[in-house]
Structure formats: C-alpha cells, structure tokens
Design a protein around this ligand. Structure first.
Ligand code: TYD
Length: 222
C-alpha cells in the first residue's frame, strides 16, 4: 500500500570489481540502517526481481565470449528495467531505502571500459531504459584486481560446476585490470554521487568507513 505521508526512500548502490566484498558490506550497512529504524531492502543486479533473475542466468553462466558486447549490454538493461520497475521504484515510493549490490556503473565499467562499448552508447541506452535514473549514493569498493579475483575464484570453486556463476571471473586479466581504473574514473566524474572506499583493513573497519560516508551524506545520527 502506498503511504504518501512517508518521504521517498534513498537508493544506494555498491560497486566494484570481483571479490571486493560488496555483498558483505551491503548487508552490514543494511543492519546499521535497520538499527536506526529505517526500512531497508537489499537487492542485487543482475537480478533483484523474478524476471531479472531469469535474465541473470543467461548472463553469469557459460563461456566468456557467449554474448557480443551489445547483446550483453541490452540483456543487463532488460534485467535492470525489471528490477527498477518491479522492486526498486515501488520500494522507494513507499519510503523504503534500497541497497543494491551493483547497478548501472557496472555496465559502464564492464561493458564499456571492459568490452570497449562506447561510453555515450551506454549512456544513450541508460537514458532510454531508465530515464537517466541514478542512485542517491554510490559506494565504490576499490580492490586490487588480483586479490579480488582470487577471492571470487575461491568462492566459485566451492560451488558445483553446473551452478557456477563465473562467466565474468573467467574473462582475461587485462579485462579485470581495466575495471579498477574504470570505477575510479566514474568516481572522479561523479563526485556528488560516488564515494571510493579504499581497500585494505578488516571487514569492520571498511564497514565503519562506509557508515561514516552514509551518515554524513544523509545527515543520520552516527
Ligand atoms: P555478481 O554476481 O553480483 O558478481 P560479484 O559477486 O562479482 O558482484 O554479478 C555478476 C557479474 O555481472 C559480475 O561479474 C559483474 C557483471 N556485471 C556486468 O558486467 N554488467 C552489469 O551491468 C552488472 C550489473 C554486472
């Protein structure tokens, strides 16, 4: 039910390369917000709605060269529209905050800088598909690509081959090397929306750093 007396919720995205610890940090941030009485949902891309989760399977499994960069981009946006319209926007309108593990910056980094699709082409697709909808705050978890990939590969190795979601992990090292710089460039170009979270430190230290950024940004009691 739509409660129009409530302020619109805030939309926060976590971004970064493979194995940066986004999902752990996203759930720790959710706990902090819930502790302050804020309604929060945690979601992810590709996915976050039933149709988008079906599209996710097409994207994250199989061989690295399964899709052409443009096909891949359009599949991410097909999933993104479903996620936005079915999950994100309805929640925000009800006053619920939404934390997503990845959003459109991932497309600019992976399909743009990673696969070489021109930035303005991705921007045009983003405009048509989302009406240029961006998070209120984006936390970019910086990571050294080598140790991040090693962590992501360890995680996948524990999963049976049929169920592995490792299509992107299997892409060339040079691809992953470009991602780190791409995310740092995105942060430089969008200083009002993006905060870079430096890598290193314990999970709790990183979580504290993130909480400071979020509390300051939204004027929440620390
Ligand atoms: P995910 O399962 O969230 O991987 P991770 O645990 O590394 O965050 O995302 C699946 C993969 O999809 C991930 O390797 C990044 C990639 N991706 C893109 O290439 N473009 C996109 O727009 C998004 C949202 C994800």
């Amino acid at each position: 039910m739509n409660d129009s007396s409530k302020a619109r919720g805030k939309f926060i995205s976590f971004e970064g390369g493979e194995g940066a610890g986004k999902s752990t940090q996203a759930s720790l941030l959710r706990d902090q917000l819930v502790g302050r009485g804020i309604d929060v949902i945690l979601t992810r891309e590709p996915g976050g709605a039933p149709g988008a989760e079906e599209i996710r399977q097409l994207l994250v499994t199989g061989e690295p060269d399964k899709w052409l960069p443009m096909t891949e981009t359009l599949l991410f946006y097909a999933a993104r529209i479903d996620h936005l319209e079915r999950t994100v926007r309805p929640a925000l309108e009800q006053g619920t905050w939404v934390i997503t593990d990845r959003y459109a910056d991932s497309t600019f980094a992976y399909q743009g800088a990673g696969h070489g699709l021109a930035r303005d082409v991705v921007q045009q697709i983003h405009q048509v598909a989302t009406n240029n909808f961006w998070p209120d705050l984006t936390l970019i978890l910086d990571t050294d690509p080598e140790s991040g990939l090693a962590r992501a590969n360890d995680r996948e190795a524990a999963i049976s081959e049929m169920k592995r979601e490792d299509r992107f992990e299997k892409m060339a090292e040079s691809f992953h090397g470009r991602l780190r710089q791409a995310f740092l460039d995105i942060a430089d170009q969008n200083p009002n929306r993006c905060r870079v979270v430096p890598w290193g430190g314990t999970i709790n230290q990183v979580a504290d750093h993130i909480w400071q950024q979020v509390a300051v940004n939204f004027g929440l009691p620390q």
